[in-house]
Design a protein around this ligand. Structure first.
Ligand SMILES: *[C@@H]1O[C@H](CO)[C@@H](O)[C@H](O)[C@H]1NC(C)=O
Ligand SMILES: *[C@@H]1O[C@H](CO)[C@@H](O)[C@H](O)[C@H]1NC(C)=O
Ligand SMILES: *[C@@H]1O[C@H](CO)[C@@H](O)[C@H](O)[C@H]1NC(C)=O
Ligand SMILES: *[C@@H]1O[C@H](CO)[C@@H](O)[C@H](O)[C@H]1NC(C)=O
Ligand SMILES: *[C@@H]1O[C@H](CO)[C@@H](O)[C@H](O)[C@H]1NC(C)=O
Length: 294
């Protein structure tokens, strides 16, 4: 297999493919549980505190019976794994993405080059100054180059609640989660305990964790990391989403060092996001914001 294809086994985790695979694998459990609980769906507990105004994540998961019914009937109609389509999709994606461009590295972001912002209507760019360059790793992190047999991409809506899917999720080789979800005892049976990479968006940082510039915030953060993300490898951050966040987010590796955490901060590559968004828009996905799901 060509290396470019190999790498898409990893990258495809981010295009929903794995979500589909997971759903496929878990469908019996899910279906049974969903059907069992259809009448209780209205009271699925919220997975997170109140949703915020910006709308790029929404943990309020009072899925209606109709929505659940649609999902169940989709699954019922019998998804089958289409290997040929998968290979076609990978080939198409290989044109827009390379193995190295998923996160910012010194290789893909040379000193004195410029970085665009993903959601900046003024189309400003950030110069790659020495301080920025110095925060970047030389090589891409190993989850980008390594090949896994399977992985789980676990969204933070409430759909897994009372599914009992935790052990199945935890059996995956690599586990992605979004925006530091609360992995507390009450949920782990359903969503699992392990995390390899967790994303953390700007709202999460500013709302829940403040700017981590006081030692009290940092202590709280350390507690969350140690208590809920015991063997975490990566925190995925988006420094080039809006201009006002850059400084705060780029200081993250320092903060991790200050609290003595072995977790590595990786920075999303805005060029990757921009190309992905264009690709999916061309292919009929008209959402304005790419998200792990609402
Ligand atoms: C979800 O449903 C519960 C029970 O019906 C209700 O108390 C709660 O306010 C609802 N939450 C949202 C965000 O609609
Ligand atoms: C989030 O959920 C609430 C409650 O169901 C809803 O009113 C709101 O429109 C949702 N926001 C987004 C962006 O989907
Ligand atoms: C970026 O660098 C260029 C060339 O060195 C310079 O002209 C420009 O003013 C810089 N922009 C910012 C925002 O610092
Ligand atoms: C993932 O692969 C491992 C073997 O590497 C296997 O033990 C585990 O059951 C698999 N998990 C899922 C959810 O497929
Ligand atoms: C974290 O790693 C330690 C040591 O390998 C292991 O004993 C523990 O079970 C792991 N915890 C989780 C939640 O995976």
């Amino acid at each position: 297999m060509r290396p470019i294809l190999k790498m898409y086994l990893v990258l495809s985790c981010f295009v929903g493919l794995t979500t589909v695979l997971m759903l496929f694998k878990l469908r019996n459990t899910l279906r049974q549980n969903m059907l069992d609980r259809m009448s209780r769906v209205q009271s699925v507990p919220q997975f997170e505190e109140a949703p915020h105004a910006h709308g790029d994540m929404n943990y309020s998961t009072n899925a209606t019976e109709t929505e659940m019914g649609k999902i169940v009937s989709l699954i019922e109609r019998g998804w089958t794994f289409n290997h040929e389509e998968l290979m076609k999709l990978r080939t198409k994606l290989a044109v827009i993405h390379t193995r190295d461009d998923f996160t910012l590295t010194r290789k893909n972001t040379p000193l004195h080059s410029v970085v665009p912002f993903t959601s900046d209507k003024y189309k400003r760019k950030r110069n790659v100054t020495e301080d920025l360059y110095n925060t970047l790793p030389q090589e891409p992190p190993d989850f980008q180059t390594k090949r896994f047999k399977n992985c789980s991409v676990v969204g933070s809506s409430g759909i897994l609640s009372r599914s009992g899917c935790g052990p199945q999720i935890d059996s995956s080789e690599f586990i992605f989660r979004f925006n530091l979800p609360p992995l507390v005892k009450q949920y782990t049976g359903d969503v699992g305990k392990r995390t390899d990479l967790v994303t953390c968006n700007r709202h999460r940082l500013s709302k829940r964790l403040s700017k981590l510039d006081s030692s009290k915030d940092r202590k709280l953060f350390k507690g969350i990391l140690n208590g809920q993300f015991p063997n975490l490898s990566y925190i995925w951050l988006f420094p080039f989403s809006v201009l006002s966040d850059v400084k705060n987010i780029l200081s993250f590796p320092d903060i991790l060092e200050k609290i003595g955490s072995p977790v590595k901060a990786v920075f999303s590559n805005p060029r990757y996001s921009i190309r992905s968004k264009r690709f999916w828009q061309k292919n009929g996905v008209k959402e304005t914001l790419m998200t792990s799901g609402k």
